[in-house]
Design a binder for this molecule. Sequence first.
Ligand SMILES: Cc1ncc(COP(=O)(O)O)c(C=O)c1O
Length: 442
Amino acid sequence: MNMKELQDLDRQHVIYSWKAQGGVKPVIMDHAEGIYQWDVDGKRYIDFAAGLLCINIGHGNKHVLRAMEKQMDKVCYVGPMFGTEPKARLAEMISEVTPGDLDYVFYTNGGAEAVENAIKAARLYTGRNKMYARWRGYHGATAGAITLTGDPRRWSAEPGIPGVVHYFGPYPYRDPFGSQDDPEECGRRTLEVLKTQIMLDGPKTIAAIFMEPIVGTNGIIIPPKNYVRGVKEICEDNGILLVSDEVMAGWGRSGKWFGIEHFDVVPDIITTAKGLTSGYVPLGAMVWNKKLWDHFQDHPFVGGLTYGGHALACAAGIANIEVYKKDKLIENSRILGERFATRLEELKEKHPSVGDVRNKGLWGTIELTSDKKTKAPLAGFADSERNVSVELTRRMAEMGLTLFAKWDFIFMSPPLSITQEQLDESISIIDKALEYTDSLIG
Ligand SMILES: Cc1ncc(COP(=O)(O)O)c(C=O)c1O
């Protein structure tokens, strides 16, 4: 079947996420290899979104495919009350790469479920019910995770679960507390606001503070180190658990195994998914430190999922971690991340519609503006009127590159296996597409 026929079939039955169904017309993909994917008409695209920030090792990795085949010949799945070799070995391998004493793994099917279980674990462990989560954070689409989310995706899910309180995190480019472009000062002021909020709210009523170590889908916002360390201190002083949501930041995306490592802070819980299996099969995890592990030796952890610890998914996870290590993908993300930063700065210099560029490793954003001086948005928050991102991504796709863009953000997150030449080629396409956003300024 060709593109048109498949699109017609697709539009008769398939419901797409986050959208009114009327305007949906997906490109139908056929196969993929490395950083490339091909549609059913044979057109090739650079996958500059790594699927949805998950295909970290690249598409079609033979080592992972062989490991999955081997596991399929044995068994794909046993009940979650049983152990399997892949389940035990993957947990050991995760514990070796997570920071500090984060050594104990509860398997889920994806990121949001890892977050749901972290909410549960924090409540059970502390006996408190309040969850703190950042404005401009995203934690998933299930009931608890979407309530923690601090962006418009939460609005239609309100009132959500009880006990969730949002706080401001640092956003140096748009600091609401008046210290624009001075990250440390922004961190200091934002921390003072958080301390005051917690004092008024009752520190002993708070079970956990959730944060993405680097904010993902709200604009790759990199907090200053003093802020993250300050949050950790608040947690330690008040018996609050720190949960680092590494669903997007983990597995080399930011140039380290986990995003929180940039700040020399060890959280109590990590939630993860995506790059754990690079999307070859869905798998997520909640990882505990020793304090939680010890507590739950004689207190039941009241939570479970039919597919938790899925043997095939765990086999894919093991093979993924082997690829990360053998192909030095975390190092590649860090090293190419430096070149990426230079190339992004060039785009900022050149294009009047580029207000800010930010990246850590192979994870970056271009924040669009209609006025570099005032930082006025170009598309605007929620981008409901102008649909700039739709036209921008359409133009890039025409030139053979797919990525994820929304509001005033162009997100860039290629597979970590990308080469310097492929990175440069991708930036050239983005450079060309920015002529469109420049033209909107007039
Ligand atoms: C930081 C973060 N947490 C949680 C999630 C939810 O993960 P999933 O879509 O696998 O449920 C996402 C998804 O993008 C995410 O970026």
